[in-house]
Design a protein around this ligand. Structure first.
Ligand code: PGA
Length: 255
């Protein structure tokens, strides 16, 4: 059986020039066209989004922003609003990435951003993850609390139209988590979602894993953990990203 899966390329603050962004997007687009079971999305820096949206590949590769303001508009120098992003062709937006939280974004701000994304009709991808693991399992509560707080202003139908990315901070740009740890957290997050929207709706909310996903481990997360997709940083900037997509696309599930 082949189930739909999702891979999001998080380019972060890369590349430096539009010329290279267009090249990278085209490579990703070509690799995506060969995929049958995988939805591919590029979370590009905001200045590149309008140009990428004009490329023919936009129908194949969806576009996500990496952040949005929690404000609707007005005197907020430097901020980018959800409706601005939607109007230039983004369909999704990362919210609460740990690299944003490091800049001072707290749970309240993340919750307001989740609401702003829905108001702008963008699908938010809520990023959650603990900074460290402990023997007593406090990390589960940490992530559970992040989920509960982030969803506090949303209705059940908003929540049903959101995505969650579990990204343990210690695994980002370092060493990937073990598949059994991701499986445990995926179940835990699903249970938190279920408390808000009931088990049927919760079962359909995509949960992704991110943190040092590479060509050699990408398929195992899809095969072994119950996540529906991956959020890929560094590896999405390399030529081998096409091989990563292929490996994910070829995972087949026993019925
Ligand atoms: P990484 O980044 O794949 O480079 O670890 C993932 C992310 O931060 O989204």
């Amino acid at each position: 059986m082949n189930m739909e899966r999702i891979v999001i390329a998080n380019w972060k603050m890369n590349p430096s020039r539009i010329k290279d962004a267009l090249k990278l997007f085209k490579t990703t687009h070509t690799a995506t066209r060969a995929c049958k079971n995988t939805t591919v999305m590029v979370a590009a820096p905001a200045p590149f989004l309008p140009l990428l949206a004009k490329l023919p590949g936009k129908q194949v590769v969806s576009l996500a922003a990496q952040d949005l303001s929690h404000q609707g508009g007005g005197a907020y120098t430097g901020e980018v609003g959800g409706s601005m992003l939607a109007s230039i062709g983004a369909s999704h937006v990362l919210v609460g990435h740990s690299e944003r939280r490091l800049q001072g974004e707290d749970d309240e701000c993340v919750a307001r951003k989740m609401l702003s994304a829905h108001k702008a009709r963008l699908v938010p991808i809520l990023c959650v993850g603990e900074s460290q693991r402990d023997a007593d399992g406090a990390y589960l509560r940490t992530v559970g609390d992040q989920v509960v707080q982030a969803l506090q202003y949303l209705t059940a139908s908003h929540i049903a139209k959101s995505m969650i990315a579990y990204e343990p901070i210690w695994a980002i740009g370092a060493q990937a988590a073990q598949t059994r740890d991701v499986e445990e957290m995926c179940l835990y997050i699903r249970r938190s979602l279920s408390d808000r929207v009931g088990p049927n709706r919760a079962a359909r909310i995509p949960i992704l894993y991110g943190g040092s996903v590479e060509v050699r481990n990408a398929a195992s997360f899809i095969e072994e953990t119950g996540v529906q997709g991956l959020l890929v940083g560094r590896a999405s900037l390399h030529a081998s990203f096409g091989s990563l997509l292929k490996k994910v696309d070829q995972v087949s599930f026993e019925t």
